[in-house]
Design a protein around this ligand. Structure first.
Ligand code: ADP
Ligand code: MG
Length: 264
């Protein structure tokens, strides 16, 4: 039994461009707006979550790399964003070299987990980890440290194929490094209701995965894609747009499921 108060959710999909970072930023913002204290950990060397939250590269004094190598703690590394209650551990390109640096070390998969065990991480009620688009050592660290995995799935032809690969990986993680890893949920992203194929994908994913799939569909929305270039979550950039509203709805579904899980 884990007794931690926080919920560590890894946002993963081995495909790039499916909405991981957008979901991390906007779900975190929505949870923070509801009053939760939230931390995003940017584990992608690209650093899109950090940039999208307005953390300038020059200001990334401490980063997720430092946390993973044990050079700084969560508390020392987390920076406040423009969103009240929302903090981020930014990433830098240093992460690219991490795999090589720690590959031969027996605890290489448990670096993030260890950093999140202290009291500093307990100060957050939600910790969202934004993963790179591959099953590399960074993603494995995220899966080993998490209570659950949230999967953004783009409504496109190969979605189900990618999803079954991902679910196999989660099974493998359960057998090896994290037996209690849960599927938090699957969120369908960039949905376009005018596209018949997208409708078909939604119905196929629901048939296969039932109530693991969130009711909320994140629509394809130009305001959502514009927001990061202003260093803002869509929810701050344009609260009223359909994408922002969908992420707020997703956050309330996530919280509702958490309540049900705790009551069970
Ligand atoms: P990933 O982190 O999985 O690589 P991103 O979240 O960076 O994916 O999204 C990929 C691209 O699609 C980005 O340019 C992003 O702004 C855009 N995007 C994501 N979600 C939406 C959406 N709901 N509507 C429009 N564009 C989106
Ligand atoms: Mg990303």
């Amino acid at each position: 039994m884990r007794t931690e108060k926080n919920r560590i959710i890894t946002i993963a999909n081995q495909k790039g461009g499916v909405g991981k970072t957008t979901t991390a930023i906007n779900l975190a913002t929505a949870l923070a707006a509801i009053g939760e204290k939230v931390l995003i950990i940017d584990l992608d060397p690209q650093g899109n979550a950090s940039t999208g939250l307005g953390i300038d590269r020059r200001n990334r004094v401490h980063s997720s790399y430092d946390v993973l190598i044990g050079a700084s703690t969560v508390g020392e590394t987390a920076v406040q964003t423009a969103v009240p209650n929302l903090f981020i551990i930014p990433s830098t390109m240093d992460l690219l070299g991490l795999e090589m640096e720690i590959a031969s070390q027996p605890d290489r998969v448990f670096r993030l987990k260890r950093s999140l065990q202290g009291a500093e991480a307990q100060a957050f009620s939600y910790i969202l980890v934004d993963c790179p688009p591959s099953f590399n050592l960074l993603t494995m660290n995220a899966m080993a440290a998490a209570h659950s995995v949230l999967v953004p799935l783009q409504c496109e032809f190969f979605a189900l194929e990618g999803l079954s690969q991902l679910l196999e990986t989660v099974d493998q993680v359960r057998r090896t490094v994290n037996p209690t890893l849960d599927i938090q949920g699957i969120v369908l992203t960039m949905f376009d209701s005018r596209n018949n194929l997208a409708q078909q994908v939604v119905s196929d994913v629901r048939t296969h995965l039932g109530d693991k799939v969130y009711h909320t569909l994140i629509p394809r929305n130009v305001r959502v894609s514009e927001a990061p270039s202003y260093g803002k979550p869509a929810i701050l950039y344009d609260l009223k747009c359909a994408g922002s509203q969908a992420y707020l709805q997703l956050a309330s579904e996530v919280i509702q499921r958490e309540r049900q899980r705790k009551a069970a």
